[in-house]
Design a binder for this molecule. Structure first.
Ligand code: ACO
Length: 443
């Protein structure tokens, strides 16, 4: 449907059928804009002009509070009802019945694999876990106490120099190999970063082990000939990877899509995702939860802490979410797995504080009114700590799981004929047309 300008009296915005009627009070013109999937195309507004040389109306939406940047068939979230689905499958079922590699296949291919497809996918990922020896060498050049997330960011970006053919992003076979490599090598880079930060020798991948089992081996193996992961820890880690695998157009995924829209290779695009995840507002909230729980110290101090939150002195970390206005379904699953991990590692008193804190907050009018519920980070840090991970590793673990989501979103973007290079507009607020003064003449 084309936008039609009609002279008509009246002001404001009115809807009729599947269209939106907008009256421009500057000109008195009325425009009919199609509504599709509860959305209007921002470019339709460009047709609303005061004169022929007017650029047309734009939308102003810092932080994309009400702007859809793409059509996507990967992840569905209903924040009001606490629903999360990957390719239509509820996260609860995937976390209970699936494995991370199967979920990665689902995200990338759009369908669950057959046994033969899963075996082949697992085999391909397993045989691509090694990195070039030069990667190890340049990683060794980082400062002895380098943050592992900074090392992961740099090293995943550097992979583009090892696979220059990855720049052929329209070559289906070629880019499939890069997808496999990214999912396969991310745990290796992550583990090397961890070992470097710990001052321990890097451990090569063990291709006899499962995806999470091999990661645990690269993290913890010392002098033993073969590292044997505890199946309960292996399972818990696998579930954490599943829960973090995708979350539609979050900050890091938007970064991957935005950088990828320049048609750069996928290693560089994923490096942008890792960079976004490095930020405390994205991948770092679970660290803040742990710090908060340590500060609370005992269950007796919870009430006064909650009072402080309600007074606005601080936030209850791990509570609240931009999208979820209900219990984050991932938090429920993680809470259940916390017990499984503690069976192996022994209990952590922080879990008791967290459970009591959650109970008190969920019964408090302040949190009920604002629809503040535990998010994925409320319990994930406690498990990571129980697994022996230092806080610096929390976003790194997040990045391993999220890689399959980033790459699925990247593939979807590359094949979407509507997508072009991302290039937002701005409202210019600076000065214009100034006369350049030579240095000597400036006051
Ligand atoms: N503790 C106390 N009050 C809160 C909290 C909280 N954790 N979160 C929101 N509120 C209050 C706000 O003060 C505000 O109250 P007001 O209306 O009286 O001013 C109201 O709830 C709405 O909050 P906003 O900040 O406007 O909500 P927004 O959607 O912008 O923020 C966010 C979401 C950033 C996640 C917020 O809830 C928060 O800071 N939570 C703590 C940090 C955290 O856990 N982050 C992890 C998110 S999950 C992830 O990134 C993987």
């Amino acid at each position: 449907m084309t936008t039609e300008a009609q002279q008509q009296d009246g002001a404001g915005v009115a809807t009729s059928g599947d269209t939106l009627t907008v009256t421009d009070n500057r000109t008195g013109r009325q425009y009919e804009i199609p509504i599709e999937d509860g959305t209007i195309r921002a470019t339709e507004l460009r047709k609303i002009k005061t004169s022929d040389d007017d650029f047309g109306l734009m939308t102003y939406d810092p932080a994309y509070m009400a702007t859809a940047s793409c059509r996507s068939a990967i992840t569905f979230i209903d924040g009001e009802n606490g629903i999360l689905e990957y390719r239509g499958y509820p996260i609860e079922q995937l976390a209970e019945k699936s494995s991370y590699l199967e979920v990665a296949y689902l995200l990338v291919h759009g369908e669950l694999p057959t046994q033969r497809q899963l075996d082949e996918w697992t085999h391909q990922i397993t045989i691509h876990t090694f990195v070039h020896e030069n990667v190890k060498e340049f990683m060794q050049g980082f400062r002895y106490d380098a943050h592992p997330m900074g090392m992961l960011l740099a090293s995943v970006g550097a992979l583009s120099t090892f696979y220059p053919e990855a720049s052929a992003i329209k070559d289906h076979d070629g880019r499939y190999l890069q997808v496999i490599r990214l999912i396969a090598k991310m745990p290796t880079l992550a583990a090397f970063s961890f070992r470097h930060n710990q001052g321990k020798p890097y451990v090569y991948p063990d291709n006899d082990l499962s995806y999470p089992g091999n990661f645990l081996s690269m993290i913890y193996k010392m002098t033993e000939l073969k590292y044997e992961p505890d199946p309960r820890l292996e399972h818990a880690l696998d579930t954490l990877f599943i829960l973090h695998a995708d979350h539609e157009q979050n900050c890091s995924t938007s970064a991957v899509r935005s950088v990828g829209s320049s048609q750069v290779d996928p290693y560089s695009a994923v490096a942008a995702g890792v960079a976004a995840l490095y930020g405390p507002l994205h991948g770092g909230a679970n660290e803040q939860v742990l710090r908060m729980l340590r500060r609370i110290e005992s269950k007796d101090n919870i009430s006064s802490f909650v009072e402080g939150v309600k007074q606005g002195d601080e936030r209850l970390m791990g509570f609240g979410h931009r999208v979820y206005k209900n219990y984050d379904p991932r938090a429920k699953i993680i809470k259940k797995h916390a017990y499984e991990v503690f069976e192996v590692t022994g209990t952590n008193p922080l879990l008791d504080i967290a459970i009591e804190l959650e109970k008190i907050a969920l019964e408090d009018e302040y949190f009920i009114e604002r629809k503040l519920y535990p998010n994925v980070d409320f319990y994930s840090g406690i498990i990571y700590e129980a697994l022996g991970m230092p806080m610096e590793m929390f976003p790194v673990l997040f990045a391993i799981g999220r890689t399959s989501g980033w790459i699925a979103q990247w593939l979807e973007m590359i094949d979407d004929p509507e997508q072009k290079i991302a290039r937002p507009r701005q409202i210019y607020t600076g000065r214009r047309g100034l006369e350049y003064l030579p240095l000597a003449s400036r006051p």
